[in-house]
Design a protein around this ligand. Sequence first.
Ligand code: UD1
Ligand code: MG
Length: 410
Amino acid sequence: MNSFNIHAVVLAAGRSTRFKTTTSKILASLCGRPMIYFPILALTKNKIPATVVLGYQANEVQSEITEFGFDNISFIEQTTQKGTAHAVLTAQPSWKSADHVLVLNGDTPLVTDEIIKKLVDQHIADNATVSFVQTSVINPSGYGRIIKDGDLIKNIEEKDCTPAQRKIQSINAGIYIFNRVFLEKHLNELSSNNANNEFYLPDLIGVASQLGLTVVVMQEPFDKVRGVNTLEELWAVEQIKRSELMKHWMARGVRFELAQNIHLDVDVTIGQDCFIGNGVLLLRGTTIGQGCVINAFTIIGNSTIGRDTLIRSHTVVQDSTIGDNCIVGPFARIKGMSIIKDDVKIGSFTEISESIVENYAGTTTLSYLSNTQVLMNEKVSAGTIQEQDDDFSLTKKTISLTNKDKTHQL
Ligand code: UD1
Ligand code: MG
């Protein structure tokens, strides 16, 4: 798609006072990924190179993004945040030789690669100066309102609206593409004479319209482009993202008990015919094989579960591997890259850390095993505490551990 020489700018410098947490809001976790991950992913799927504008907590934001190894992503710092237009101006060295400049707000995580492709295609087909996404919502509070007057169109930020303008339900989604020559010419001319004393990027919609240039307005459903300025909006977006994931796995034969109470991260995979109980959390890096039952209030992070295994309620599995046909829990804790092989039974209130349990072995109840190996067919009796098996370090070296990234959430 990028034969038109498009460069994207992702705005991520702001410190949202409305978010009321000290962590940069665009690092807020949304189904196991920082929010900023999603707009960048949508761009890279379209093979559009992008520059992320950093500011508040620049180092943290840059290192989290870098961790995902995206291609063609660069960073630039906006040391004082003077508004979204100023952020795009700061990034000018990155886009000065592009034909078109796509701009995405970093706090719009539901945007998809399809929306971006559609906007770009429309912009090119209409030879437009500015193209942007507009949406409609019953309560438009906090958003810029799109105001039409005959052929003229402009955006007015909520704080600058008259009471009548505030009632307008057409809003700016914060997803734009500009002709670079137009952007270069007019970005510098904007005024910060407004309620926030900021340079507003969406003012360019009105500028292009006033000049009689082509402005393309692309309408999208609110739930695909809504922004996140508050914790309540993050919750709303998370519910949408989570139900998308849930529907994906339902279509592949996974049964969720009380699906509204289950949490899945984006990179979790679940085999056909699994049953996932009420209140289960399946976190980053988790793979569950076919036909497993994961009962209520179990948490599994960064772990692999084989086929036809039953994990009973209130079990926590972290950075570990459990094989096929096992029965684990209730109230078990498996952690520290432990390996539970096939046909193993781990009884209630058992904690297993950095250990290996061989095939057909198991524990009964109330035991603690650390740095040890339970041999094939061996049954650990109730109440056993076993730490550090002297021979174990040798055995352990021969086992290749699959889960390299440790889970942080549990
Ligand atoms: C912005 C739009 C509004 C639109 C809404 C859609 C402006 C002026 N307003 O409002 O019309 O309806 O998004 O969600 O653009 N940022 C910087 N540098 C800055 C300021 C902001 O990088 O100097 C970044 C923020 O980190 C954020 C994005 O730009 O990711 C948008 O800023 P935000 O403060 O969230 O703007 P909104 O009030 O949501
Ligand atoms: Mg916002």
